[in-house]
Design a protein around this ligand. Structure first.
Ligand code: C5P
Length: 234
């Protein structure tokens, strides 16, 4: 599996999304992009088809979490949209993750990559203990969820680049780490707390970096994207 940069299309409309993607029209290799809840709920499945038709690979970031049967059926629908990667919450249990894989698998045996969210980075140790009644150290909870995901047959997890090494040690080198929280050394951090540069993420063993504002808000997004690729992929 080759390393790649995924641009987070955190826009609220088709128009803004396509205007942004128009800038990449001249690129031979169209960037891998992430469509999240905001854009998907605003525009529905047609935006996925439209972006796909322009030649982009798509990570559909909808973080499913429901009973196994419902997730299985929903995953079958997403698989039919021909996305390349999608995700769910590992907290839905191994049974839910296994059902998701079943739903995702197309009649010809192919399927999009399936990635698990462990504990969201917005959840602190304190909130996890008090709200979720999980009393183990957060990093051990994250590793446990990653191992459950690997055990269920998933392809990887979303995590910080700082956790990529540990995840690979626990779940194997082929288990993918998809890592947000990436910033250029000379760029704005924004609301991200623990950030790494694309070059550092490469050094730490991330398989995919997810980059939003450093590219979408850049004066020259194509140049910013190329800079990410040259630092991360080389
Ligand atoms: O703009 P920025 O580079 O911070 O965007 C990062 C993207 O990755 C956003 O779409 C954000 O929702 C997502 N993400 C994240 N941290 C996580 C999981 C997802 O930043 N733990």
């Amino acid at each position: 599996m080759g390393k790649d940069v995924i641009i987070a299309l955190d826009f609220d409309s088709r128009e803004k999304t396509l205007t942004f993607l128009d800038r990449f029209a001249g690129e031979k290799q169209k960037p891998f992009v992430k469509i999240g809840m905001e854009l998907y709920y605003a525009e529905g499945p047609s935006i996925v088809r439209e972006v796909k038709a322009r030649g982009h690979k798509i990570f559909l970031d909808l973080k499913l979490h429901d009973i196994p049967n419902t997730v299985k059926k929903a995953m079958a629908v997403l698989s039919g949209l021909d996305v390349d990667m999608t995700n769910l919450h590992a907290a839905g249990t191994k049974a839910m993750m296994e059902a998701a894989l079943e739903g995702l698998t197309r009649p010809d045996g192919t399927r999009p990559l399936l990635i698990a969210v462990t504990q969201l980075t917005s959840t602190s140790q304190e909130r996890m203990e008090e709200d979720l009644l999980i009393r183990e150290p957060l990093d051990q909870v994250v590793m446990h969820y990653a191992k459950c995901a690997a055990g269920a047959g998933l392809d990887g997890v979303v995590c910080s680049p700082l956790e990529a090494g540990k995840v690979h040690t626990a779940c194997g080198e082929k288990f993918l780490t998809v890592t947000p929280g990436v910033r250029f050394a000379d760029g704005d951090v924004g609301d991200q707390v623990r950030v790494t540069t694309p070059a550092k993420a490469k050094e730490l063993g991330s398989d995919y970096i997810v980059v939003g504002r450093p590219v979408t808000q850049a004066e020259d997004p194509v140049a910013a994207y190329r800079r990410c690729v040259s630092e991360f992929v080389g």
